[in-house]
Design a protein around this ligand. Structure first.
Ligand SMILES: [Zn+2]
Ligand SMILES: [Zn+2]
Length: 183
């Protein structure tokens, strides 16, 4: 029974982290936290970007929770484990799949992963901190919804939305260009 409960706490933490991340990305990272996040919307110099500090910050919280939990404050270790799992999924979906910060290239061509990939491309299709869409890292709204939102925000079809669904926001995004040049 305990194992089920612990697993449930862990998975609920993953879901809660995504909801929290959507809100934090929209209102903090694109708000007063833009100082760190800006680096992620500009060409990267070298391996790291200032935006990675957000991941380091949350890793620190996860480590503290796991330490507290294993010291007897249950179920904090399972909340920490959920945050760690979320960090892993974030790395695979966002840093890996979308931004190619791993040594191989895989672009999903169908299903939910394609939607997630293109939705985050659309997040990066707008330059600067204002007027962006799709703030989730694991959840992506349907692409037609995002296209309509982009059109509404930018008064007329922006480049990303005007290209048709297949390559929406993909080829011209600066990250895509960089990813192609990357070794
Ligand atoms: Zn952003
Ligand atoms: Zn991104």
């Amino acid at each position: 029974m305990t194992i089920l409960l612990n697993t449930a706490v862990c998975l609920a933490t993953v879901a809660a982290m995504e909801v929290f991340s959507i809100v934090a990305h929209k209102y903090v990272m694109h708000g007063w936290g833009w100082g760190w996040h800006r680096s992620h919307h500009e060409p990267r110099q070298g391996w790291f970007e200032k935006n990675d500090l957000y991941a380091v910050f949350f890793a620190g919280i996860a480590i503290a929770l796991i330490a507290l939990g294993t010291a007897g404050h249950h179920p904090l270790e399972w909340i920490g484990a959920g945050m760690t799992l979320y960090g892993l999924l974030y790395f695979v979906a966002h840093d890996g799949l979308v931004h190619q910060r791993w040594p191989f290239r895989y672009i999903p061509r169908r299903g939910y992963l394609k939607r997630l990939y293109q939705a985050h491309r659309m997040h990066h299709a707008v330059h600067g901190r204002d007027g962006c869409v799709s703030f989730g890292f694991l959840y992506a709204p349907p692409l037609p919804v995002l296209k309509r939102r982009l059109q509404r925000l930018h008064g007329g079809p922006p480049r990303a939305a005007a290209r048709g669904s297949r390559h929406a926001a993909e080829p011209h995004a600066p990250d895509a260009a960089r990813a192609r040049q990357a070794p």
